[in-house]
Design a protein around this ligand. Structure first.
Ligand SMILES: Nc1ncnc2c1ncn2[C@@H]1O[C@H](COP(=O)(O)OP(=O)(O)O)[C@@H](O)[C@H]1O
Ligand SMILES: Cc1ncc(COP(=O)(O)OP(=O)(O)O)c(N)n1
Length: 270
């Protein structure tokens, strides 16, 4: 039997479990990878929005990272909500020190409900410190627009944004088209070629945590030894299925289902 693969998420906690650390750990588990977490911030959040945010101190973030890397071989790392420049700096410095491999950066900026999960004044630091250590970065249209200063409304603009983000140091860029209309197409750029990852658009309001789930699925497949293009292709298939089986929870935007493949026929949810 081959050794268990291990993935680490460095992200914020989402109290309602649809995004952040909780979505990442569910994704790792569903994909058969052992999941570990470094929490950067705690959000009080439900399906209708984010009520409040508390960043953790840089020291406890550093200690979480150091104690894991000193003890355990980590096959891939996903980075989500990082909140502030100080937190970004400690993550970048410690991941470099530990020579972390297969880093996926989801440059989370604002939640779907409109709450800032990264201080706007720290956006440049995120790009400067975390993009050069990333194997894959996964901006959505808004994030790609902020990073490049472009207005992005179609596939050719997504390609141009991917090239510019690649120039900022990320080895592979996936610009996600989840917020366009029509087919859900993402653009992968590896510095040489573009690949269009096409998925059927699912008509649902329940898309809480889609970006978190997609990026942690990429990390899980990288941990499992897949090359980037295959990891991204499989992650796209996984998020499409998870959105297809998303469900209503609470009064707002419900979560995706990570475990639909495991449910016995006949079981149901709302
Ligand atoms: N309604 C949908 N139907 C199918 N795929 C979707 C839908 N919404 C988002 N996706 C896919 O989910 C992934 C995450 O994208 P997106 O929702 O844009 O990220 P974020 O949560 O960062 O805004 C992408 O692969 C995107 O194409
Ligand atoms: C703690 C935390 N991290 C990230 C997000 C954003 O998640 P995302 O997958 O981009 O989608 P929405 O939550 O905005 O639907 C979050 N909400 N909370």
């Amino acid at each position: 039997m081959s050794a268990m693969k291990v993935a680490l998420t460095i992200a914020g906690s989402d109290s309602c479990g649809g995004a952040g650390i909780q979505a990442d750990l569910k994704t790792f588990a569903a994909l058969g990878v052992y999941g570990m977490s470094v929490i950067t911030a705690v959000t009080a959040q439900n399906t209708t929005g984010v009520v409040s945010v508390r960043e953790l101190d840089a020291e406890i973030i550093r200690d979480q990272i150091d104690c894991l890397f000193k003890d355990i071989k980590i096959d891939a790392v996903k980075i989500g909500m990082v909140s502030s420049a100080e937190i970004i700096d400690v993550i970048g410095e410690r991941l470099r020190a530990h020579r972390a491999r297969h880093i996926v950066v989801d440059p989370v900026m604002v939640s779907k409900s409109g709450c800032h999960l990264l201080r706007p004044e720290s956006r440049e630091e995120l790009v400067k410190v975390l993009f050069p250590i990333a194997e894959v970065v996964t901006p959505n249209l808004f994030e790609a627009g902020v990073i490049t200063g472009m207005k992005i409304e179609n596939l050719s603009q997504m390609e141009e944004a991917a090239v510019r983000i690649h120039e900022l140091g990320a080895k592979n860029v996936v610009v996600k088209g989840g917020h366009l209309t029509g087919e859900a197409v993402d653009v992968l750029y590896d510095g040489e070629c573009f690949r269009h990852l096409r998925g059927r658009r699912i008509e649902t309001k329940n898309t809480h945590g889609t970006g978190c789930t997609f990026s942690s699925a990429i990390a899980a497949y990288l941990a499992d030894g897949h090359p980037v293009s295959e990891a991204v292709r499989r992650a796209k298939e996984y998020i499409t299925g998870a959105i297809e089986h998303s469900f209503s929870l609470g009064r707002g935007v419900g979560p995706t289902d990570h475990f639909y493949l495991y449910r016995r026929e006949g079981s149901s949810h709302g």
